[in-house]
Design a protein around this ligand. Structure first.
Ligand code: GTQ
Length: 349
C-alpha cells in the first residue's frame, strides 16, 4: 500500500532514540502491516496418508496414549515450521489409539473436531456421553467439555484432529485442566445427543447454553446419504460441485464457533472453476481420487490424504472417479467479524 520511506542517517538515528522509549515509526512498517491482499506464511501443503501412517504406527510403538496424553503427529505447515499449525489460525494432527488404550480425560478452552480416518468403533466421550467413531464421521469436542478417548476394539483407531489452538493462543485465552479420573463416568446412553437434537426434533423447552452444536457426532452414513440423494438433482456449482456445510441444528450456523466443516461431492471427471476465499482451508479426501491445483502447487490425492489451501490462494479441483472431500476452516470467525471474502473468478490456478 505504501512504499518504504528512504532511510537517512538522521532518520535512523532518530529511530534508534525511539526504541528505548518503546516507540517505533509506523511509516517504516505500514506496507507490511496493512497489505493490499492477504500475505500469509501458510503455503499449499500435502500429506499422503500412505507416507504418514507408518510413522504414526511407529509412534504407537514408542509411546503409549497414556504417557503421551494424546498420541498425535502434528501436521505442520511447511511455511511455519515449529509453530504447530496447519494454517495461520488452525492446528491439525493425526491421532492414534491402539486396542486397549485410553487417552485420559481433560478439558480446555480450545474447540476440537475429529474427522475419522480408520478403525471401527473406538469411542470418544464428551461430558458423560460416549460416541463410537466410524470412518467419515465428523465429531465435535466443544470448548471446556471433559473428554477422553478409548479403544475397546481389536483395530487401531486413527482420526484427524482439527483445533483452534493458534487462534485461541493469539487471543491469550487458553485454559486447561486434567480430569481427576482417567475416564469420565458414562451418564448418558450412546446416541443420546443425536436422538435428542439431531433428528429434526428438540426437547420442547430446551434452549442452547453455548454456541456449539448439541449434536457432537455427525455420522458419515447420513452425510453420504445426503450427497447421494442430492447428486440426482444435478445442479452442480461450478466452483464447488455439490458442497454442503455442517450446521448446528439449534441455530443453523456453524456447529462450532471457530471452525466450519464442509462435505462435498465431485462427480467423475468434474473440474471446478478457479476459486479463492480468505479462509485457509484444510481438506481430507474421503472417497475417489483427483488432483487439486493450489496456487502453483498440484497435489494428486486419494482417500485419507490431507491438503491445505491458504487464504486467498486460487484452488481448482479435478476429480478422477466420483469423489468426496471433507474440509474445514475458520470461516465463522471471519464472518462474525465481517472479514470473510470470496472470489469466484480467481485468477486461474
Ligand atoms: O484429543 O484432546 O490433537 O487436547 C491436540 C490437543 C488432540 C485431544 C490434539 C488435544 C487433543
Amino acid at each position: 500500500m505504501h512504499a518504504a520511506a528512504t532511510s537517512t542517517p538522521e532518520r535512523q538515528a532518530f529511530y534508534d532514540r525511539l526504541a528505548p522509549n518503546n516507540l517505533a515509526p509506523l511509516w517504516e512498517v505500514l506496507g507490511a502491516l496493512i497489505t493490499r491482499e492477504p500475505q500469509s506464511p501458510c503455503i499449499p501443503a500435502f500429506w499422503r496418508y500412505g507416507d504418514v501412517r507408518p510413522q504414526l504406527m511407529e509412534a504407537g510403538r514408542l509411546i503409549t496414549a497414556r504417557e503421551a496424553e494424546r498420541r498425535v503427529l502434528i501436521l505442520e505447515n511447511p511455511g511455519m515450521p515449529g509453530k504447530s499449525c496447519i494454517t495461520h489460525t488452525l492446528y491439525a494432527g493425526l491421532q492414534l489409539i491402539l486396542p486397549g488404550e485410553v487417552a485420559p480425560a481433560h478439558r480446555h478452552s480450545q474447540s476440537a473436531l475429529r474427522f475419522v480416518i480408520e478403525g471401527n468403533g473406538a469411542f470418544t466421550a464428551v461430558d458423560g456421553e460416549r460416541t463410537l467413531m466410524r470412518p467419515g464421521d465428523f465429531i465435535i469436542t466443544p470448548s471446556w467439555t471433559w473428554h477422553d478417548h478409548g479403544n475397546e476394539t481389536e483395530e487401531p483407531m486413527v482420526w484427524l484432529d482439527g483445533l483452534d489452538i493458534p487462534l485461541v493462543g493469539f487471543l491469550d485465552a487458553s485454559f486447561a485442566e486434567p480430569g481427576n479420573a482417567e475416564q469420565q463416568m458414562e451418564t448418558k446412553p450412546v446416541g443420546d445427543s443425536l436422538a435428542r437434537y439431531g433428528m429434526g426434533l428438540m426437547p420442547v423447552d430446551w434452549k442452547p447454553a453455548t454456541p456449539t452444536s448439541p449434536v457432537f457426532n455427525y455420522p458419515y452414513d447420513r452425510s453420504r446419504e445426503a450427497l447421494e440423494t442430492l447428486k440426482r438433482a444435478d445442479d452442480w456449482d461450478p466452483c464447488h460441485g455439490l458442497k454442503l456445510r455442517y450446521v448446528n441444528p439449534a441455530t443453523g450456523g456453524s456447529p462450532m464457533p471457530t471452525i466450519q466443516p464442509f462435505m462435498q461431492l465431485l462427480p467423475a471427471g468434474f473440474r471446478t472453476e478457479s476459486y479463492r476465499s480468505t479462509d485457509a482451508t484444510i481438506y481430507v479426501a474421503v472417497e475417489g481420487s483427483g488432483t487439486s491445483r493450489i496456487g502453483d502447487a498440484s497435489f494428486h490425492w486419494q482417500p485419507h490424504d490431507v491438503f491445505v489451501v491458504p487464504s486467498w490462494c486460487p484452488v481448482r479441483h479435478e476429480a478422477g472417479p466420483e469423489s468426496v472431500l471433507f474440509s474445514f476452516s475458520d470461516r465463522p470467525v471471519q464472518q462474525a467479524l465481517g472479514l470473510w471474502r470470496e472470489d469466484r473468478q480467481a485468477r486461474a490456478a
